[in-house]
Design a protein around this ligand. Structure first.
Ligand SMILES: *[C@@H]1O[C@H](CO)[C@@H](O)[C@H](O)[C@H]1NC(C)=O
Ligand SMILES: *[C@@H]1O[C@H](CO)[C@@H](O)[C@H](O)[C@H]1NC(C)=O
Ligand SMILES: *[C@@H]1O[C@H](CO)[C@@H](O)[C@H](O)[C@H]1NC(C)=O
Ligand SMILES: *[C@@H]1O[C@H](CO)[C@@H](O)[C@H](O)[C@H]1NC(C)=O
Length: 825
């Protein structure tokens, strides 16, 4: 453009000097550019002083020195008009004034007039930016005051219509500054007013407007896009500073506990986060937890145990990949929740000590404690004992207990208690454990020795060998050791005024009782020994038992003849009898006694030899010698009879007596000898008879009373049983000492021998009966026999009617007798 301007100017100056000679006046017009074709520029003809006819005649025309003919002359009116659009900017560019020189040419005569047309600028151009969209980049870290050069706008118009100012669209960070460059020109610049933050606004779009000074104002717009370049200026940030997780201690491996989230506002690598544990994380955490570096998930990889570690603090780092890298932190707090995974434990703090069986309530046996590794309710332990246990637990301080006795102990029942203690915690479900504590009970001498029987009954034959074993008693003691070790002894008592220890002794070790004597039934029939068994405890305990020794009769005595008394001396005893005696006449009566008893004393008489066996007969039982027939004159006056007297023992013992009988004429008092003898004894007999009567009377009364009591008892008990038994406790009468009566009678009376036993004798285990034959032949024969050795069933008889009172008549109903029990007939 400049080049063109310059050429155009040169040309113009050449024409100007050429024309200057021919032109006398100068005409100048001013028009705005861009007029329409035909627009009148000025009255050229008039200004040249030409009339209308001259215009045509002289052929007025204009010629442009430039190539283009922008103007022409209207031949009708002689006005200069615009021939072509005129663009000032094209013609004159940025020059301040734009004048087009013209020549008005007149012919005949040739006349040249110089005409100037000044083209005035109008604001027909808007400012224009070289590019309407400008892309810029700026670092996020750019400091305040940073400038960014922008493009200048161009406006071809000149003067006031040219570019005048710029305005910047509204924004926070930038302002517009103009920078002057050479030649007084200015360039717009962006000025950073405030720090940028990509994370807040990554792209700034601003409109730059260029304005000219025309009226109306024209503008040009350029859009500026500024991209803020990221700087790693943001640390990764966790959503929370502290994450809390509760985790049951039995959580499975592989469980994802938590995923802490972190964000980094930067972009690209600056915003890429990698998770890790803090570098100083202890092994206790590393062994149990793992972290996913990409996602940040924390994973359980080990076993949790509330009891070893209930709380974990895990420091997590989130790191971006920028340069320099930036990191953020958070803490994950893992609270392990207790699960009832530990059974309670019972601990024996002191070994159980043996307890005496008489230990009072509350004696301490052992100290125990309970513990549970769990916590809270899971660790609360309670202990239980079986309800029946004679022990209890006394709590002392925190979970410590004393095992104490609570009830009576008995070593004889349980020598060892296995105390089962159950511990239960309060978890859900509760866990249990048991422990058995053996507690041994030590013996206390609390059991007396006990004899195998409360009393013993021993039968021994008389005439035994001294030093032989009478009996062996035995006692037992439930205690242990010395408390059960027994010694036997015999308690001193008198037997027939002699100390019992002179009769027997006892083996203190085993209770065997030895006789020190040979016993004679005829002297001692029964005696009692009190034996004592004593243990070796301290204090010792003892118990007593009674041994009843019954001496059994042996047939060791031959019958001895009492009458005729001379027979004792072996001399002949003379009996006289009258020749006039009839058959059956009592000649004499042989009386013998046997010191033995029972069968051994059951005497029978037999005529062994006789001068005339046909004349006399001896009664087998009474010993009466009677005539068999009437004595005749032919009978020898001196008769000799040999009478054998036998007892019923085994072996039989016998004795003989020789009786000589003198047959005399007219003898009326045949037994003078006897009378004389009986005279003497009559007084005795009288007294004896009186005693006997009194005794019998008293016995009878007693018997009657007894009988009545029995009768009442029998009536009462007959409904339930057929037997009529009377026990010792029922019969007070038998304790009556009056019953301890023994009578022996030797008379011609109906009773020859009566033995009445009672009182203490009767209270022995043996009962005795008095049996009297019902027939007259047996009436004066009495025997006494221990009932247990003989079956008396057949021999039970009724007392002879000759007794003053027959109340002794009882019916036998039961024969077997137990010790300590009576049977009354
Ligand atoms: C011991 O304790 C038990 C149970 O508490 C009770 O029945 C018994 O009477 C007590 N004995 C003594 C001697 O206190
Ligand atoms: C021992 O056992 C007997 C019989 O079984 C019983 O009667 C007694 O009460 C028991 N004693 C103790 C202390 O358990
Ligand atoms: C007791 O001891 C004596 C002597 O050692 C012996 O002869 C006797 O047979 C024993 N008695 C018992 C019941 O063992
Ligand atoms: C045993 O008998 C003796 C002597 O009679 C007496 O002192 C003692 O108390 C009795 N013992 C028993 C347990 O009855």
């Amino acid at each position: 453009v400049r080049y063109r301007d310059w050429r155009w100017q040169a040309l113009w100056w050449h024409h100007f000097f050429l024309l200057w000679n021919t032109i006398d006046g100068q005409t100048r017009y001013t028009i705005p550019e861009e007029l329409k074709q035909g627009s009148v520029v000025g009255p050229l003809a008039k200004d040249l002083g030409l009339g209308l006819s001259e215009i045509f005649d002289r052929k007025l025309r204009v010629a442009s020195e430039a190539g283009k003919q922008y103007f022409s002359v209207d031949t009708g009116k002689g006005e200069l008009v615009v021939n072509e659009r005129i663009d000032r900017e094209e013609l004159c560019g940025q020059r301040a004034s734009c004048v087009l020189p013209l020549q008005a040419v007149l012919e005949s005569p040739l006349q040249l007039h110089r005409i100037e047309v000044e083209i005035r600028d109008i604001n027909d151009n808007a400012p224009i930016f070289p590019s309407n969209h400008l892309y810029l980049k700026i670092a996020e870290s750019a400091a305040v005051g940073t400038r960014l050069l922008l493009e200048s706008a161009l406006d071809p118009d000149v003067g006031s219509n040219s570019l005048k100012s710029y305005t910047l669209g509204k924004n926070e960070c930038f302002s517009l500054k103009l920078k002057e460059i050479e030649g007084g020109k200015t360039v717009p610049e962006l000025f950073l007013e405030k720090l940028l933050d990509r994370e807040q606004k990554a792209v700034h779009n601003i409109l730059l407007t260029a304005l000219d000074g025309g009226n109306p104002v024209r503008s040009g717009i350029s859009e500026i896009t500024i991209s803020v370049l990221d700087i790693n200026d943001n640390i990764p940030v966790f959503e929370k500073n502290v994450y809390r997780v509760t985790l049951p201690e039995n959580s499975a491996k592989g469980t994802v506990i938590i995923q802490p989230k972190a964000t980094d506002m930067d972009e690209g690598l600056n915003g890429e986060i990698e998770f890790s544990f803090e570098s100083r994380t202890p092994d206790t955490v590393l062994n149990i937890f793992d972290i996913n570096s990409l996602t940040g998930e924390i994973i359980l990889k080990g076993d949790l145990d509330y009891e070893t570690n209930a709380l974990y603090g895990i420091d997590i780092t989130a790191k971006d990949k920028g340069t320099p890298e930036m990191e953020g932190h958070c803490r994950v707090q893992v609270d392990v929740i207790d699960v009832n995974d530990n059974a309670p434990e019972i601990v024996l703090n002191s070994p159980p000590s043996p307890v005496r069986e008489n230990a009072p309530n509350g004696s301490v046996v052992a100290l125990i404690s309970a513990r549970d590794l769990d916590s809270g309710d899971n660790g609360k332990v309670s202990l239980q004992l079986p309800k029946s246990s004679p022990f209890s637990l006394t709590p002392s301080f925190s979970n410590n207990y004393a095992l104490v006795t609570r009830g009576a102990l008995d070593r004889e029942n349980f020598s060892v208690y296995n105390i089962e203690i159950t511990a239960t915690d309060e978890g859900s479900p509760p866990l249990k454990s048991t422990k058995t504590i053996p507690v041994s009970i030590t013996d206390v001498n609390d059991n007396t020795p006990i004899f195998s029987q409360p009393s013993y009954t021993v039968y021994i034959k008389e005439n035994g060998i001294a030093g032989s074993i009478l009996y062996s008693v035995s006692a037992s003691d439930l205690d242990l050791g010395d408390n059960a070790k027994l010694s036997y002894s015999i308690l001193d008592s008198k037997v027939q005024d002699v100390s019992v220890s002179s009769y027997v002794y006892i083996n203190s070790e085993n209770g065997s009782i030895y006789s020190m004597h040979s016993f004679d039934y005829e002297k001692l029939k029964v005696f009692q020994i009190q034996v004592q068994a004593k243990d070796h405890g301290s204090p010792s305990l003892s118990s007593n038992a009674t041994v009843h020794v019954f001496i059994l009769d042996q047939n060791d005595n031959a019958p001895s003849v009492i009458y005729p008394s001379s027979a004792v001396h072996g001399s002949l005893s003379q009996q006289r009898t009258s020749r006039s005696s009839k058959a059956g006449h009592l000649v004499t009566k042989v009386t013998a006694v046997d010191a033995d008893s029972g069968h051994n004393a059951w005497i029978s008489y037999r005529l062994a030899e006789a001068t005339d066996a046909s004349l006399f007969a001896v009664n087998l039982y009474t010993g009466e010698v009677r005539t068999k027939r009437a004595v005749s004159e032919q009978d020898d006056s001196s008769q000799r009879l040999l009478i054998e007297i036998k007892d019923d023992g085994d072996p039989v013992r016998s004795t003989t007596v020789t009786v000589s009988v003198l047959l005399e004429d007219g003898l009326h008092e045949p037994i003078l000898d006897l009378r004389h003898k009986t005279d003497d004894s009559h007084k005795k007999t009288g007294r004896m008879a009186l005693y006997l009567i009194l005794s019998l009377a008293s016995v009878s009364v007693l018997s009657l009373v007894t009988f009545l009591i029995l009768a009442v008892k029998c009536l009462k008990s007959s409904r339930s049983s057929g037997s009529c038994c009377m026990r010792r406790s029922d019969s007070e009468d038998y304790k009556n000492p009056n019953r301890n009566l023994q009578l022996q009678l030797n008379t011609d009376g109906p009773i020859k021998y009566v033995e009445v036993l009672g009182g203490d004798m009767m209270s022995q285990s043996q009962s005795f009966r008095s049996c009297l034959s019902p027939t007259s032949e047996y009436s004066d024969f009495t025997f006494v026999k221990p009932s247990s050795t003989t079956d008396f069933k057949d021999m039970i008889n009724v007392l002879d009617a000759s007794l003053p009172d027959s109340t002794w008549t009882f019916e036998s109903q039961q024969v077997s007798i137990k010790p300590g029990q009576y049977t009354t007939y």
